[in-house]
Design a protein around this ligand. Structure first.
Ligand SMILES: [Zn+2]
Ligand SMILES: [Zn+2]
Length: 313
């Protein structure tokens, strides 16, 4: 067959025998080109989604019939990373709930910052307790939708968490994240993050590389070690869907899934319209060959909470 910008042509027979002077070249027949599906069909392959056309094993998987069924935006039941006006978000809790409901979600995890992150108006223990009470009263009025109680807790330089045990225990889901002291070197940073994941209350490691595209490079960290620790401790890892972040990369997604680590997709919403960033998180997950089964927030709230339960250590 011959491939050009006009399609795939069956050139079989062309060139056979000697062409007489003046005779037109044998007519090539276009066998595919109208749709991508047609192109794969004539090659004897199932359709390969664009996100994984990277020559990283997808042809072999297609031939073997083992292509992953990539997660779709419709599979997502809720957002796992959202800030409210309690910390540095623009929307009130009631507005966050209304925004999630409008998108057809059944939950949004509220993940405001913890006390040390002054720059982002991190919550003191007292303000967090007030927030939890307000979430209860909002949830009591809602049907078919729930705000889940969370926090994006700072990982302090020594790897401990910026929140007391008693408060951590009151949260549905605890995100842990690096927001300070980015330049401590690869080994120290890896140990710091692993120590945080070893905390029995830590459920999800947020934006693991810390990069802000156009602002700040990823900090140095051994993601393979982090993935091993995540698998060992039952901690999930985040795909941060915010276009300024978009970690994890495809290779890290695949390594995490292979190790049995669950992935949470969160938009890191600070202004409600950013809930739409979920699409970029899905794109990132699809590039990383992830299926519905790999993703936390394709589950109901109840399934999600039971998946995140850690064994006491
Ligand atoms: Zn953060
Ligand atoms: Zn955040």
């Amino acid at each position: 067959m011959k491939l050009s910008e006009y399609g795939v042509f069956n050139a079989a027979g062309a060139g056979k025998g000697r062409r007489k002077a003046g005779e037109a070249a044998k007519k090539e027949i276009r066998v595919a080109g109208k749709t991508e599906n047609d192109v794969y069909r004539v090659l004897g392959l199932p359709y390969i989604p664009p996100e994984i056309r990277e020559d990283s094993g997808e042809i072999e998987a297609a031939q073997a019939g083992t292509l992953p069924e990539l997660v779709e935006i419709e599979d997502i039941r809720g957002d796992l990373h959202c800030h409210s006006s309690y910390s540095d978000g623009a929307a009130t809790l009631a507005e966050v709930a209304a925004g999630g409901k409008k998108r057809g979600y059944s939950y949004i995890l509220v993940t405001d910052h913890s006390r040390s992150l002054h720059i982002a108006n991190g919550l003191s223990p007292e303000r967090l307790r007030r927030q939890l009470a307000e979430i209860d009263s909002i949830n009591a009025k809602l049907k078919g939708f729930k705000l889940l109680k969370g926090s994006e807790v700072d990982i302090l330089p020594d790897g401990s968490l910026d929140m007391d045990e008693a408060l951590l225990a009151r949260l549905d889901v605890v995100y842990v994240a690096i927001h300070s002291k980015f330049k401590m070197g690869r080994d120290a940073m890896t140990k710091r993050v692993i120590r945080a994941m070893e905390n029995p209350h830590a459920n999800v490691l947020a934006h693991p590389t810390g990069r802000l595209i156009g602002v700040r490079d990823a900090f140095e960290i051994d993601m393979q070690e982090v993935i091993r620790a995540a698998a060992r401790t039952g901690t999930a890892i985040e795909i941060n869907a915010h276009p300024a972040r978009l970690d994890l990369d495809a290779a890290t997604c695949r390594a995490a899934a292979a190790a049995g680590v669950m992935i949470g997709i969160g938009t890191d919403t600070h202004v409600l319209s950013e809930l739409d960033y979920m699409l970029y998180g899905i794109g990132t997950a699809r590039r990383g060959w992830l299926t519905k089964a790999n993703i936390l927030n394709t589950r109901t709230a109840r399934e999600l909470l039971s998946l995140l339960r850690k064994e006491p250590k």
